[in-house]
Design a protein. Structure first.
Lengths: 246, 381, 321
């Protein structure tokens, strides 16, 4: 079984959160949800149910660092579509669709959302374009009937739900699917020898027209710190009299 | 002079930082309190590739150059708060791995290096004795050749990793009539008959790094465990000690950076007398000095790393690096406590531990006084 | 803007999910008239309660094949309804139901989509949408191109709709089960019934973090405080990961985003991903042992101390208040 794992290079959310960092320029990493997807694909292979794991990403040459990180984890080979533009999820889905049809995997497994954009659309759109079943926000996946079907547990607003999808299918990974392995230095050394296949949208026959334009970005109004209270009594008083929320 | 990291170096350093941050910071306060060695973390470091950074790839290492290695250790020190774990790793790398790489026979390298690299074996050395610390070569432990074995008698103190080591590089004298020319290095496996490493020593700092007083009572060591030549001990020791002096405080540079950032955050958030304490000049001045110490330490470290990869004689630079970084680390840790005020004195804030960990740096691998003597003798005095 | 807006209305166990009706307010911002779409089986009762919102039509797709919300079938039917009504916009919310189905429908309709829309505005004749990015640490103002669009709105950012006297006409979508996608099968769902209000709708929410140690303590302290105030329970990712609470309690960037009148955070340090889910609460109370916890930067009232001692005291004080 071949598994395709599309992943996105994003600015490191951990670094962004830490104030007064080491002063280095902003660092990029594999989108944490996609990393979970890569890890799951590796585990599926380790238990003998998959034979090839192919990574896919879209971005300029700089993201080869994330491609090598994916290969250091264990992805066999990778395709990078060379494009430096910020692409909306639908355009990404259209590009991925061409590569999926070319590669013919049984499973496309990707993170449920990118932590920079927080759109949570690409996997579902890809499934719609391919006409494949989808299993979103999965926290568990098992293969049945000689890998013609997959049973997936999904995390929804109401709790856990279990569905079965015929393969080939698109799955999007949620947080609790697994905890990804770290990139080891020996893995990094080996990854330097694995091939990265670079393509372009032109070669794939995908015309990119912007459907979304970001006009501006701004910080939301800052919510200032209020006050410290010294006791439970004082807290209850403030909630009653001042905030009037009780 | 190109101060930039290559893409490959950057990827390696980033991988180290991320690994350390996510995998090596569990239960540090409790393990320090109870002086518990985190073996899980040690094994993870081995699998990750730390212990084998400098070892040639044919023996299971990563074959990295010294500059990349010290930068990686610096990053490790930045992202991992367990200074004791790093101290054990350093002791292992400089006192056991390096001597094997440079002085081991092919058979010894094949036997020990792969395990020492992948985390499955722990190494260390035993040099200092109750009566010979700074005066290292005045050691009294003897090694007598008897047929196919050496018989060791004596004791060693301040043996880092002693309680947990699978193999120790032990320095003993095969012929006291030759004085220093009799000092010889031997590989002692933990199950060697007559070897006792059970007497643990409790310390002020780097408490998660186990240390023992070790005893040799007619301890039998096979002849093929001779490391280098009979009488070659002082040369072997001096060579590995030069590596140790230059490299052992690489992770301290990372710790200092982490402390600096913590202090700046605190100075900005803590308000007294209507303003952040960082606005008061007496506090700001300490932080400026801390910044200068971190930067100068880092520059010395990188320069040493570059030199170590480009020429053989770095004896002076190693001593200068050790002296400067040790003094800087202790001073940074002291100032960090002062800046945090009462909170700096509390265990929970993880500031006081840094000072306890740092003070040892002025003592091990040659005290600061010894380093000064060495430097003085090398600058023409 | 011309063309009808189609609103996907959500329901669970025979009850409409009220927040999904806030999309009506968003549709009104788009200026078009709107139709309400309901997918499922046995929808008569719920249809009746949708008739007085001023919709140009209440569209029903009622069939056994739609008894469970399978994305492939739902999206196909939505696309069918969309075309039948000559719609140009499709709206839903930020629930997992909408997030699962809407993007797939967008692809079938060849339309771009925006998730978690907070505001819809007109700037010089151009419609702009505001949405959070980077776990809510930034807000992006976005323009969409093309003739069609799909929007997932954040319900709490839009008002509840007003009712009108006139009744909307009902329109039915003809379902041909044989032609619907067949690749997905529903197996099971956790059925957890609670007396407590829904987390995304509650006026008061109590959130618990990992320091609550075990499920028993979590239920006792977080649950106890919630019940004293008639509130709902939420949890941080760390708490869910360690088994203190089920996944649907998770609040944050990838969990639920809430905006109650009162949010009390117990033992929560305030990682950005969690703060993303609570920022719009009217009053935030933080109780934490660590005076440097980031959550204190945002809390209306902060109390430093051991929650294991404070919470029982608080419950007692509130019971008397």
């Amino acid at each position: 079984m071949k598994i395709l794992v599309p992943f996105k290079s994003v600015l490191d959310p951990y670094e962004a959160a830490a104030p007064g960092g080491s002063g280095a320029t902003a660092k990029s990493v594999i989108n944490p949800f996609d990393e979970i997807a890569i890890e799951e694909a590796l585990r599926i292979r380790e238990r003998g149910e998959a034979t090839e794991i192919v990574g896919l990403t879209i971005g300029p040459a700089a993201v080869d660092e994330q491609v090598r990180a994916a290969m250091a984890m264990g992805v066999d080979r990778a395709i990078r579509v060379d494009d430096a533009r910020s692409l909306d999820p639908y355009t990404v889905a259209r590009i991925l669709r061409v590569l999926v049809e070319e590669e013919g995997p049984q499973v496309v497994l990707m993170g449920k959302q990118a932590v920079d954009d927080d759109s949570n659309q690409t996997g579902q759109m890809l499934a719609g374009l391919l006409g494949w079943p989808q299993a979103t926000f999965i926290s568990k996946v098992e293969f049945l009937e000689n890998k013609t079907r997959a049973r997936c547990t999904r995390e929804t607003d109401a709790g856990l739900e279990v569905i079965e999808v015929n393969l080939p299918a698109v799955m999007t990974a949620d947080l609790r699917l697994n905890e990804p392995r770290y990139v080891s230095l020996p893995g990094l050394m080996k990854a330097r020898k694995k091939p990265i296949d670079v393509r372009t949208c032109e070669q794939l026959g995908v015309k990119v027209q912007p459907l979304t334009t970001v006009i501006s970005t701004a910080r939301p109004p800052k919510r200032c710190a209020g006050m410290r209270v010294e006791s439970v009594e004082q807290l209850v008083l403030k909630l009653k009299e001042e905030a009037k929320v009780l | 002079m190109d101060f930039a990291w290559s893409d490959q170096q950057r990827e390696l350093l980033d991988a180290v930082g991320r690994f350390a941050r996510e995998q090596l910071n569990y239960d540090v306060i409790e393990n320090d309190r109870n002086a518990v060695f985190n073996h899980e973390a040690w094994k993870k470091c081995g699998e990750f590739g730390i212990q084998g950074l400098l070892v040639p790839t044919e023996y299971g290492g990563l074959g990295q150059d010294p500059l990349t290695t010290v930068a990686a250790l610096e990053r490790l020190g930045y992202a991992c708060k367990d200074n004791g774990l790093l101290f054990s790793i350093n002791a292992h790398m400089w006192t056991a791995v390096i001597p094997l790489v440079f002085n081991g026979t092919e058979a010894q390298k094949r036997k020990y290096l792969p395990g020492l690299c992948d985390g499955s074996l722990i190494g260390g050395n035993a040099m200092s004795e109750p009566n010979s610390g700074s005066d290292a070569f005045a050691l009294g432990t003897t090694a007598t050749r008897q047929g196919g074995k050496y018989i060791l008698n004596g004791s060693k103190i301040f043996c880092t990793n002693g309680p947990i080591a699978d193999v120790l590089v032990v320095f003993a004298n095969v012929d006291k009539s030759r004085g220093h020319d009799g000092i010889t290095a031997l590989l002692v496996d933990k199950d060697a008959p007559g070897f006792d490493a059970s007497h643990k020593i409790e310390k002020m700092g780097v408490r998660t790094s186990p240390m023992a007083e070790v005893f040799f009572e007619n301890c039998e060591v096979p002849a093929e465990n001779l490391l280098g030549k009979e009488g070659g001990g002082t040369f072997l020791f001096t060579r590995s000690m030069t590596w140790e002096r230059g490299c052992i405080l690489a992770s301290a540079v990372g710790s200092m950076q982490r402390l600096l950032e913590k202090c700046i955050r605190y100075a900005n958030e803590r308000k007294q007398g209507g303003q952040s304490i960082g606005k008061y000049q007496l506090v700001a001045s300490k932080l400026v000095d801390m910044k200068l110490r971190v930067e100068s330490s880092r520059h010395m470290l990188y320069h040493y790393g570059w030199l170590a990869g480009h020429r053989k004689a770095v004896y002076l630079e190693a001593a200068m690096t050790k002296l400067h970084l040790a003094e800087a680390w202790v001073k940074c840790a002291e100032d960090a406590i002062q800046i945090h005020g009462g909170y700096g004195y509390m265990t929970e804030y993880e500031v006081e531990r840094e000072l306890r960990d740092a003070i040892g740096a002025k003592l091990y691998s040659g005290t600061s006084e010894i380093q000064r003597n060495i430097i003085a003798s090398l600058i023409g005095l | 803007m011309s063309g009808t807006t189609l609103i996907l209305v959500e329901h669970e166990r025979g009850q409409l999910k009220r927040p999904s009706l806030h999309a009506i307010n968003a549709a009104q911002r788009l200026g078009a008239d709107f139709a309400l779409l309901l997918l499922g089986q046995g929808l008569d009762e719920m249809t009746k309660s949708l008739l007085n919102y001023g919709a140009s039509a209440v569209v029903i797709a009622d069939d056994a094949a739609l008894a469970e919300p399978l994305a492939d079938r739902s999206a196909a039917v939505i696309a069918q309804a969309f075309k039948q009504l000559n719609a140009t916009s499709l709206l839903g919310t930020s629930s997992t139901y909408s997030k699962d189905i809407l993007p797939r429908a967008a692809a079938l309709l060849d339309a771009p989509m925006l998730t978690d829309v907070l505001a819809i505005e007109e700037q010089e004749g151009v419609t702009t949408y505001r949405r959070p990015i980077n776990a809510g640490s930034m807000l992006a103002t976005v323009q969409l191109h093309g003739e069609r669009r799909v929007l997932g709105i954040r319900a709490s950012a839009f008002e509840a709709p007003a009712t009108v006297a006139e009744s909307s006409p009902i329109e039915k979508i003809a379902i041909d089960p044989a032609s619907l996608p067949n690749g997905t099968r529903f197996v099971s769902r956790e059925e957890r019934v609670s007396d407590r209000p829904d987390l995304t709708e509650a006026r008061v929410v109590i959130g618990g973090g990992r320091p609550l140690k075990d499920k028993e303590t979590f239920d006792r302290l977080v649950g106890g405080l919630a019940d004293t105030l008639g509130g709902a329970i939420g949890a941080t990712r760390a708490a869910v990961d360690t088994g203190l609470a089920p996944n649907d309690y998770q609040i944050g960037q990838t969990g639920k985003v809430i905006a109650p009148d009162l949010y009390i955070a117990l033992g929560i340090s305030g990682a950005i991903q969690h703060l993303a889910g609570i920022k719009d609460s009217r009053v935030i109370v933080a109780i934490n042992k660590d005076p440097d916890a980031p959550i204190f930067q945002m809390a209306t009232y902060g109390l430093v101390g051991d929650l294991h001692q404070i919470v029982p005291q608080l419950i007692t004080a509130l019971q008397g208040a």
